[in-house]
Design a protein around this ligand. Structure first.
Ligand SMILES: [Zn+2]
Length: 433
């Protein structure tokens, strides 16, 4: 059908969630004009101008809501347990193709915007170019280019290391020149073999140089922190999002520090807890246990993983109760967690204490705010881009309804997702027990 100026799409469903925190609307409707939302509300109040041509999409029994926003992805990854060190040895061409496969799986699952947290070299810039040229399909992308690391630090293998405030500024400018939408920093070590997860990486003056430079150009910053001192340093530097936000002391002990959490709240920084990436490792071991059993050593790893998840969920619950801005970012396809499965992270934020509706907001409107794209997407409001999903059931009652995505619209266009079987094939199933 030709896209003439007077052509509208009208979507109706049993209920509508606006993603902006408004009440659930029974018998809701969205009117779409071109790529944008023209009107939203009860179906009885939403109609196209007289004389306009209207294409109708009726979804009886289903929920209309904003497309999901995943604040934390690794499109280069395979989610098959391989380490980042190993991933980084693959040619950029292979990583770009894998990223295209992941972008497609993620979009088909109902994710219409992502923020990429760590690809190698130019791979994600090239994928975005390809999507813009119609060669590949994928969600809207908020890109960092590459994460900024210290020498030997976490993800330094992806291509951007800096030493001292001068290089830190230069690296930030370079990434912005290349097209970075925000700056990702690794403020502690991580899984990278030559890094130290319990130690901070950059000095505060280096973090400040990056953050000030990014803010000067209107770009947000986000810092990977898997131990507490990294979070403290990042807050000192004015970082906008704390990723992982693991409360661990330099000796490895788990100590939740309320004063640090309070400071996160005071500064209005967002928190992306990344709970499921740990659970996905647990699931791999549990699958193996069911299949063939575990060695005593593996059983110890499994027990430690379960204890760690419990601690992380308890810390998450405390931050939620303190009113911190805790949002969904999957961290897939890192470790064993594959893109296309963002819902598992939202589910764990609900299991930690969020209501189902807050879980929905954490992966729609609130997530869009965290990424600074809430003027464009994340909610169903007139003037925003028409990034819409239709799901079976009511995710404001049961967050797992987000698994039942029936339709995806990106910028007003219905996405052809192929067969339900091919979409379902991207789901990683939990162990039976
Ligand atoms: Zn990550």
């Amino acid at each position: 059908m030709p896209e003439n100026a007077q052509h509208y799409k009208l979507l109706t469903g049993a209920r509508l969630i606006d993603g902006a925190g408004g009440p659930l609307i029974d018998n809701g409707a969205v009117l779409v004009h071109g790529s944008r939302i023209a009107a939203v509300g009860p179906a009885s109040t939403v109609s196209a101008p007289d004389g306009a041509s209207v294409e109708r999409f009726d979804f009886p029994g289903k929920t209309i809501m904003p497309g999901m926003v995943d604040c934390h992805t690794h499109h280069n990854g395979f989610g098959d347990g391989r380490s980042g060190d190993d991933l980084s040895t693959l040619p950029d061409e292979v990583l770009t193709l894998q990223s295209a496969r992941n972008a497609r799986a993620s979009l088909f699952s109902g994710v219409t915007s992502i923020r990429e947290n760590g690809p190698k070299n130019f791979t994600m810039f090239r994928l975005r170019d390809a999507v813009n040229q119609g060669i590949a399909v994928g969600p809207r992308m908020v890109l960092c280019g590459r994460p900024v690391a210290i020498i030997g630090g976490h993800m330094g293998y992806f291509g951007s290391v800096a030493t001292g405030p001068v290089e830190a500024r230069a690296t930030t400018r370079q990434l912005i020149k290349e097209g970075a939408d925000y700056i990702k920093i690794t403020a502690t070590g991580g899984s990278t073999r030559t890094s130290f997860p319990l130690r901070p990486s950059f000095e505060v003056d280096e973090l400040k140089a990056i953050t000030e430079e990014a803010h000067k150009f209107g770009k947000l910053t986000a810092a990977h922190c898997v131990s507490t001192q990294g979070t403290v340093n990042s807050l000192e530097a004015g970082v906008d999002m704390i990723i992982h936000c693991v409360f661990k002391e330099a000796d490895g002990s788990d100590v939740f520090r309320p004063e640090v959490a309070e400071r996160i709240g005071r500064q209005g920084a967002y928190v992306n807890p990344t709970l499921h990436v740990g659970r996905s490792r647990i699931w791999v071991m549990q699958h193996k246990k069911e299949r063939e059993g575990l060695t005593p050593e593996e059983q110890q790893h499994l027990d430690a993983g379960l204890r760690n998840l419990e601690t992380r969920m308890e810390d998450c619950r405390r931050m939620q109760e303190m009113g911190l801005r805790v949002i969904t970012g999957s961290d897939s396809s890192w470790g064993d967690y594959q893109l296309g499965n963002t819902v598992y992270e939202a589910e764990l934020l609900v299991a930690s204490g969020y209501s189902a509706m807050k879980g929905v907001l954490s992966v729609t409107g609130e997530a869009a705010k965290a990424l600074g794209i809430d003027d464009v997407t994340g909610t169903l409001e007139p003037g925003k881009e028409a990034d819409i999903i239709v799901v079976d059931g009511n995710p404001a009652d049961d967050i797992n309804a987000l698994w039942n995505v029936n339709e995806v619209f990106l910028a007003g266009r219905r996405v052809d997702r192929g067969s339900p079987e091919s979409v379902e094939a991207n789901r990683q199933m939990p162990p039976r027990g």
